[in-house]
Design a protein around this ligand. Structure first.
Ligand code: KIV
Length: 286
């Protein structure tokens, strides 16, 4: 199983690695079996799974529901639960209680928190009590209203210096890795070179120690114009449309179900190829 020590070793050995988001049992199982070493149950699920315009409405209940499913599907990956908006900002006690739920109830191995400033002290406390923390700096979607939109951060020297200082402070507070989102590549390189712990980039150029994408973006399940940093490795929205229309067409044309999909009462096959007989296991998903 991948641990926080492994991801540190990846950085020490100069091995770049992948992280992907996962929100459900089957995708977690597939990604885990594909050897993706780190799976993030991101609060992006508020957008891609639940249809909200931002990540802000995602709740602890939403996150735990999906995190539990991911933990049932994955065997090898390091599982990171994303602390949703207002699950850690109120007090350190609140942060500890909610982070603890990710570990104890949902089977996550670590949690991710957005931002520097007060979040650094919270990260220190979580690390001290044995909950590994992944930081998240730059474009932090939970601060969308403060940023005035989903905008690249760290373009001015003052902003860049702040992000670098927060990254170092998070490392000193015990964070085992930091996501750098939506920052200029030069800044991501500066932060990556300054840190002992791995950086994980999204829209942060090629210099980070690892990369992360939202699964639905990279599979082409999200449609329309993708953000500049997204690379689509498949076009599943098109594939699903094609499959769904073929299915509907087959039903209309009487082509589905065919004889091979039928059961018979007396065991005699109504047609070839062979049918599933009564008594045979009947279940979904396989
Ligand atoms: O919520 C999320 O999916 C994330 C990643 C994009 C880093 O925070």
């Amino acid at each position: 199983m991948t641990t926080v020590l492994d991801v540190q070793r990846f950085k020490d050995e100069g091995r770049r690695f992948a992280m992907l988001t996962a929100y459900d049992f089957l995708s977690a199982k597939i990604l885990d079996e594909a050897g993706i070493p780190v799976l993030l149950v991101g609060d992006s699920l508020g957008m891609v799974m639940l249809g909200h315009p931002t990540t802000l409405p995602a709740t602890m209940d939403d996150m735990l529901h999906h995190a539990k499913a991911v933990a049932r599907g994955a065997r090898q990956a390091l599982l990171v639960g994303d602390m949703p908006f207002m699950s850690y900002q109120v007090s350190t006690e609140q942060a500890i209680a909610n982070a603890g739920r990710f570990i104890q109830e949902a089977g996550m191995h670590a949690v991710k928190l957005e931002g520097g400033g007060p979040v650094i002290e919270i990260s220190r406390r979580l690390s001290e009590i044995g909950i590994p923390v992944m930081g998240h700096l730059g474009l932090t979607p939970q601060s969308v209203h403060t940023m005035g939109g989903f905008k690249v951060q760290g373009k001015t020297e003052a902003q860049a210096a702040r992000i670098l200082a927060d990254a170092k402070a998070l490392q000193d507070a015990g964070a085992f890795s930091i996501v750098l989102e939506g920052v200029p590549s030069q800044l991501a390189a500066r932060v990556t070179n300054a840190l002992r712990i791995p950086t994980i980039g999204i829209g942060a150029g090629p210099a980070t120690d690892a990369q992360v994408l939202v699964l639905h973006d990279m599979l082409g399940l999200t449609t329309g114009k993708a953000a500049k940093f997204v690379k689509r490795y498949a076009n599943l929205a098109e594939e699903i449309t094609r499959a769904a229309t073929s299915y509907a067409d087959d039903i209309r044309d009487g082509k589905f179900p065919g004889p091979e999909h039928e059961y018979s009462a007396n065991g005699s096959a109504p047609a070839s190829p062979p049918v599933k007989q009564v008594g045979e296991e009947v279940k979904y998903g396989g």
